[in-house]
Design a protein. Structure first.
Length: 161
């Protein structure tokens, strides 16, 4: 592993790639759940709509390129940030990049996501119409997918350094 807490360039690449892959798989799961349940679970569109305050008059998700781009970028930055936190924890000797820790990190990440989204919906002046209970449960579970995928990618790329 690394000999310093702030990662060198090659570790930043591992962290970024792992965050991107984990976020992509999680996003696919959320969009898949939208298709399966016919409920609004499009996490990047919800995030972009809320960040840009572009909720439609009928409380729908924005179709603007700005909102969609903002949501995608923000979601991937958050995913990379989570993996950076995982990396720092592992560097400090808290856990290891393995399946069990992926489950633990998925749980912790899911709890943080539920707290963030609950707060964001509560304070937003005009949030989109989302079945919040279903969304938060699905989002919580999707963070297990994120963390396990990100840990797998991290190990995959780290072994090639």
């Amino acid at each position: 592993m690394n000999d310093q807490i702030l990662p060198k360039a090659e570790w930043l690449a591992v962290i970024a790639a792992s965050g991107i892959i984990g976020t992509a798989v999680m996003t696919l799961v959320m969009y898949g759940m939208t298709f399966i349940t016919d409920k609004v679970m499009k996490v990047t569109k919800i995030l972009g709509t809320m960040i840009t305050c572009q909720t439609t008059d009928d409380r729908g998700l924005s179709e603007s390129k700005t909102a969609i781009f903002t949501g995608i970028v923000a979601h991937y930055i958050i995913g990379i940030g989570f993996v950076l936190c995982y990396h720092i924890l592992w560097f400090l000797g808290v856990g290891h990049p393995d399946f069990l820790n992926g489950l633990i990190l998925g749980f912790a990440s899911g709890i943080l996501a539920v707290i963030f989204w609950s707060t964001f919906f509560a304070v937003h002046p005009f949030p989109p119409d989302v079945d919040l209970k279903s969304y938060l449960l699905t989002l919580f579970l999707a963070h297990f997918v994120f963390a396990l995928t990100a840990v797998w990618a991290y190990v995959f790329f780290a072994e090639r350094l």
